[in-house]
Design a protein around this ligand. Structure first.
Ligand SMILES: *Cc1c(COP(=O)(O)O)cnc(C)c1O
Length: 407
């Protein structure tokens, strides 16, 4: 696909852009934690330096209440999650996903949970709500906790209530590209007051103030203000994406490769003030996103040979991007060969199931995950950034049709 304008590069997700006045306006609005708690309808939230560090703190807190040491993760999720579990010294078990979805397969889940299971981590992906009832029930039956990984789903709802608030603990990511951002940041919520106290205590012990890291993150957030636009993204995202694709390294192209070292530190007051200002725009941005996604999901639904992942009953997603699942992995590869480097915000979410990353060998167990692997090889994502024009969207849809028809 020829790029309509050579300097234009769309982000793979609909991030919430910052404005200069977010950096300076300071008065007349609730503090960041207070604003987030109000947004989520919870008594309080705990802000940490990343979603991953939030997970480490959650695992450590649960460990203090129990002698169990196994965590159950979905086979298809962010590779940072098993790194957090390993950092907390937990044994990992992988649960396959439901066919053609990312939800935990309940039969497999029931089979691998036992009296050693400390917690299960159902995961909401791409702003879409994962099915919770069966997971909550199995967890109750075996006496395990549920940590809802809502890193990609701040603001998504099930039965009108924000996800992340159904399990014992919920985590959200404020990383660059996941919507509301502090460049890096994370949020923890917990239902139970004594667990909130424990999470606070663990957070204070595990994540000390770190002046240099805070300076670094502040400068990166400034960079986000400057470069998070179709011109700046060409330099900060597009160039390296295309370089890694050309070198045949899709894992690096999508940023699935991480440091094994997980930074753990506090988040500074200025970044929180900036977040509080941006948070005021989140509800209207999400409403707009949902409206646009609905229209586009409907259009894509008419294409044979693909299906679009949609909200489950009683669920409302946040739609940072649209997940498209092909019937065949060859058609998916064909579409990506045209679209991935075209600058229109089409990419893969996670390149592999967790068993497919060389970096995770020795961290995740060998497991048979046929559904997760099949999902990973047949799924691409289309940005739901407001910068994707109707023309660009229709051109993408045409290429999906051609990719399916090419046999
Ligand atoms: C991004 C992500 C995380 C980790 O969040 P960070 O803020 O990037 O550390 C955890 N789980 C999922 C599903 C994610 O997408």
């Amino acid at each position: 696909m020829s790029r309509p304008l050579p300097w234009r590069e769309l982000p793979p997700t609909a991030g919430l852009p910052l404005q200069w006045r977010d950096f300076f306006a300071r008065t007349g609005r609730p503090a960041f934690e207070e604003g987030l708690a109000r947004f989520l309808g919870v008594p309080s939230v705990q802000v940490e330096c990343s979603g991953t560090s939030g997970l480490v703190i959650a695992f450590e807190a649960l460990k203090r209440r129990s002698s169990r040491r196994t965590v159950v993760l979905p086979g298809y999720t962010c590779p940072l999650v098993p790194l957090a579990a390993a950092r907390a010294g937990l044994q990992i078990k992988l649960c396959d996903t439901r066919p053609d979805r990312f939800d935990l397969d309940l039969n497999h889940l029931a089979a691998i949970c036992d009296s050693e299971t400390l917690c299960i981590v159902p995961t909401h992906l791409g702003g879409l709500v994962t099915a919770l009832p069966g997971v909550l029930e199995i967890a109750r039956r075996v006496g395990a906790a549920v940590i809802e990984d809502a890193a990609q789903a701040l603001g998504a709802r099930w039965k009108g209530r924000p996800v992340g608030t159904f399990g014992e603990i919920g985590i959200y990511s404020l990383a660059c590209g996941k919507g509301l951002t502090l460049y890096e940041g994370g949020v923890l919520v917990a239902q139970d007051a004594s667990l909130r106290t424990l999470l606070n205590e663990v957070g204070r012990q595990e994540a000390p103030f770190h002046r240099w890291m805070e300076c670094k993150r502040f400068v990166e957030l400034l960079g986000y203000r400057l470069f998070y636009n179709p011109l700046g993204l060409r330099l900060t995202y597009g160039l390296s994406l295309r370089r890694w694709l050309k070198r045949g390294d899709p894992v690096r192209a999508v940023g699935d490769r991480f440091d094994n070292e997980i930074p753990m530190h506090t988040v500074g007051a200025w970044r929180k003030t900036i977040g509080a200002a941006a948070l005021m725009r989140l509800p209207s941005a999400l409403a707009e996103q949902e409206e646009r996604a609905r229209r586009r999901v409907k259009a894509l639904g008419k294409i044979a040979g693909i299906r679009v992942l949609d909200d489950l009953p009683e669920s409302t997603g946040t739609w940072p991007f649209i997940m498209v699942l092909f019937d065949s992995d060859r058609a998916c590869s064909r579409a990506l060969s045209v679209l991935w480097s075209a600058g229109v915000g089409v990419t893969r979410l996670f390149v592999h199931a967790l068993t497919g990353y060389p970096q995770l060998k020795g961290i995740v167990p060998n497991a048979s995950l046929p559904h997760a692997e099949s999902f990973a090889s047949r799924c691409l994502t289309i940005t739901n950034s407001p910068w994707l024009t109707e023309d660009e969207f229709h051109r993408i849809a045409e290429i999906l049709v051609e990719s399916v028809q090419a046999g």
